[in-house]
Design a protein around this ligand. Structure first.
Ligand code: SF4
Length: 766
């Protein structure tokens, strides 16, 4: 055992490779849980030791929870203050990388506008500081008075914390909570259920593929696990081994990096997938087994090439070439996500795209698609509590005429994500927000309960299953919490206790440790019965003498990590619901194209997450506001991307203020004219236009979500339909000085002459 002195990559207390193997080899450990490739060091829970000299740097392991990817990070601390974040070398998901949003967690931690004490709306109508006891009592009384009309909204990624909110809702007698998550995540799961028989987000083996067709998945932008995909992309393209074809209406960063970009008409992605399947089926390259698996899902004949080209607005020669190249690849892969899944027919489009993997023989094969597996710690903490509901259930819950009782919103800015819910919020009798900031939802709350940010809290995270290998990552707090902020899990437990429905744990950490302990006992009892859902893979508990030792070992090791052998194919389609009723999958080829209003020229709105602000949570950090968008290079604000052809016709120049008008709202923002935008569509980043959210977000940009209709749904998924929205666009004026878009390194005059080298391209390596 050795003691590091704070140099990066050397945590204070480590067990060297030799000691590590001594301990576990003696116990016959087959799988080294929590073992990191960084020299096999075992990382001690950092805050248990603090003997650093004043002013010395100490690197502490933590987990980034800015999104659901679950990247492992190292935080440089000096005198117990966090100074710098880096990716943990050998991190399970990120292998040493960290994205801009992850870096900015420091600015979230030290933000001058943090909520650091409980607040309650007083008789003046303003939020006033109160004690935790008063805040909890107010909240608990409201819940106890109307438990069955209490709605819990949890923004936590899937995993133990979401499980705890489910348990909380059941304990206080409330209906199942709403899980606030990206629309396309819900749709992707449902599409995977239809295509593969298993409703988890698939694990795409991008790095080992040699030909990737991405139907809308913006994996080099902000989607699922950006750091992981960035590294996989680097592997794919090393030595120009692999090829990427991006099928997406918008010219995203992923499209800009692709070898070939097919800018299909928005809403036609599913039709494209079926048309491509038709060409593959007719090419004589598809095996009998693969054909049968596909035709069990889609018994109807696919559309022909001419119809596909016309519906998608793409040259048929390019589709033909793609169909010819795919079977020649050794490990072709089709991904689905992003805007392709966000229209009303998103499930149909996603399933049609994923089903192409069946035709290509790519399911469960290296470089193909695997099941997105986890250890099930969400369910372990939830117990018998009902599963969480998709985001649109919130609109349904609030749609009643009467008061909706209590609304408990934890780390979810529901009103920024869907401003159309504002009127429904008014119906809620009492709104409780568990938040670190005055985001749009917290501003409307009657009680605000301050929560800790990533680096201040005990963490237990099941990362997005992009690797197809299960993991539970655990980390101790890196720094002391600011003010009176508490862990959101501890808040849930305190609320349950105050409402007279105490759960059996004093805190979130104890709840996770209890779940680990139960898992150990179940694994021992199962005695290699792999079918017991409560059991872990037996090798993971090998060497631990009892549950207590197992829990200690797991938390000290930074969690439980499965092995590559645990990667598996999704359940065979034959066991899925869809295959029980062949042809029950909605066929995009038989669904009508999204309609445009008659009599007015309208454009398809494509809202997208930029690398800068993500879904809006990054808007309160100056580092991210200052970061130029990689394609438009705009900083500190919102913009709308307009096609050169459309702009010429409408007299719009870069920097002009334009108005976008939807069915229920309108927004005004500067235009950026680009030759790479598909004519007839406009792209606007989400994330700007907060009601407040602190001094760096206040007054910055506009909220494009205002143009969305909270009553539109993705058919069959319970998600808000964010795609295929029609808007009108009109030029208003040249910008006033304060309205000019800040464009990196250029004044406005020069901005109009930005050389844009991303015209639709067709690189073609095959
Ligand atoms: S991808 Fe997500 S988890 Fe990873 S560093 Fe970025 S924000 Fe954090």
């Amino acid at each position: 055992m050795s003691s590091g002195n704070g140099k990066r990559g050397e945590p204070r207390v480590t067990i060297g490779r030799r000691d590590f193997f001594k301990v576990y080899a003696a116990a016959g450990v087959a799988v080294l849980q929590g073992c990191r490739r960084r020299d096999q060091e075992l990382i001690e829970s950092p805050v248990r030791r603090s003997t650093a000299l004043p002013g010395a740097s100490v690197w502490r392991r933590s987990i980034c929870e800015q999104c659901g990817a679950g990247c492992e990070i190292e935080v440089r601390t000096v005198d117990r203050l966090a100074k710098k974040i880096e990716g943990l070398p050998g991190g399970f998901v990120n292998a040493g990388g960290v994205c801009a949003l992850g870096h900015s967690a420091l600015q979230e931690l030290y933000h001058p506008d943090r909520v650091t004490e409980p607040m309650r709306r007083g008789s003046s109508g303003e939020l006033e500081p109160v004690s935790w006891e008063e805040a909890l009592e107010t909240t608990a009384m409201a819940i106890a008075a109307a438990p069955d009309t209490t709605t819990v909204v949890a923004g936590a990624p899937s995993g133990p914390l979401l499980g705890l909110w489910r348990r909380f809702a059941a304990a206080v007698g409330a209906p199942a909570p709403v899980h606030w998550q990206p629309s396309d995540a819900v749709v992707e799961r449902e599409a995977a259920r239809l295509a593969f028989g298993e409703s988890t987000r698939p694990a795409y083996d991008l790095a080992r593929s040699d030909y990737v067709v991405s139907v809308g998945a913006p994996f080099l932008d902000r989607w699922r696990s950006p750091v992981h995909y960035g590294a996989a992309w680097a592997e794919l393209t090393a030595d120009r081994r692999g090829k990427l074809v991006q099928v997406e209406a918008r010219h995203s960063l992923t499209a800009a990096n692709a070898d070939e970009w097919l800018p299909v008409r928005p809403g036609s992605e599913g039709f494209f997938a079926r048309g491509l399947a038709g060409l593959l089926l007719g090419s004589g390259t598809v095996g009998e087994e693969e054909r049968e698996a596909y035709e069990a899902l889609y018994p109807e004949a696919p559309p022909d090439l001419a119809a596909t080209g016309e519906r998608c607005g793409i040259d048929t020669g390019r589709i033909e070439r793609l169909a010819a190249e795919l079977p020649r690849a050794r490990r072709p892969l089709v991904m689905a996500g992003g805007s392709a899944l966000e229209g009303e027919n998103g499930v149909a489009a996603g399933a049609a795209a994923l089903a192409l993997n069946l035709l290509l023989g790519g399911v469960g094969r290296q470089g193909g698609v695997f099941a997105g597996v986890d250890f099930g710690f969400e369910d372990r903490l939830a117990g018998d509590a009902a599963a969480a509901l998709p985001p649109a259930a919130l609109a349904d819950r609030l749609a009643g005429d009467g008061e909706s009782g209590v609304l408990v919103v934890s780390e979810a800015d529901t009103l920024h994500g869907m401003p159309g819910l504002e009127a429904a919020f008014e119906h809620a009798g009492t709104v409780i927000a568990c938040s670190a900031f005055f985001d749009d939802a917290a501003l409307r709350a009657d009680v605000v309960l301050p929560v800790q940010t990533d680096l201040e809290r005990f963490q237990a995270v099941e990362p997005d299953p992009v690797r197809g290998v299960p993991a539970l990552l655990v980390a101790s707090p890196t720094v002391a919490p600011r003010g009176e902020a508490r862990h959101p899990g501890d808040v849930a437990l305190a609320l349950a206790a105050a409402a007279g429905s105490a759960l059996p744990w004093p805190g979130f950490q104890e709840a996770v440790e209890s779940a680990l302990s139960d898992a150990f006992a179940a694994t021992r009892a199962a005695d290699d019965d792999a079918s017991d859902p409560a059991a872990l893979p037996a090798p993971l508990i090998a060497g631990a003498l009892n549950a207590r030792q197992f829990v200690r070992r797991t938390t000290d090791a930074g969690g439980l990590v499965g092995t590559e052998e645990m990667r598996r194919a999704p359940a065979a389609p034959a066991s899925g619901d869809a295959a029980e009723a062949p042809g029950s999958i909605p066929d995009p080829a038989s669904l009508p194209a999204p309609a445009a209003p008659a009599g007015v020229e309208s454009f398809t709105l494509i809202p997208f997450e930029s690398l800068k602000l993500a879904d809006g949570r990054g808007a309160n950090r100056p580092w991210l506001q200052e970061l130029p968008d990689p394609l438009s290079t705009v900083m500190w604000g919102s913009w709308v991307e307009v096609a050169t052809a459309d702009a010429d016709r409408l007299g719009i120049h870069t920097g002009d203020i334009v108005r976008l008008t939807g069915t229920a709202a309108e927004i005004e923002l500067p235009a950026i004219v680009l030759p790479t935008v598909r004519p007839g569509s406009v792209g606007v980043p989400v994330g700007g236009g907060h009601a407040d959210y602190g001094r760096y977000a206040r007054g910055r940009g506009v909220n494009v979500n205002a143009l969305l209709d909270p009553d539109r749904r993705v058919e069959g998924a319970g998600a808000f339909a964010r795609g295929d929205v029609r808007v009108r666009i009109e030029r208003l004026r040249r910008p006033r000085r304060s309205e000019r878009p800040v464009i990196y390194g250029r004044g406005l005059r020069q901005a109009e002459e930005i050389p844009v080298g991303w015209a639709p391209h067709d690189g073609g390596k095959a």
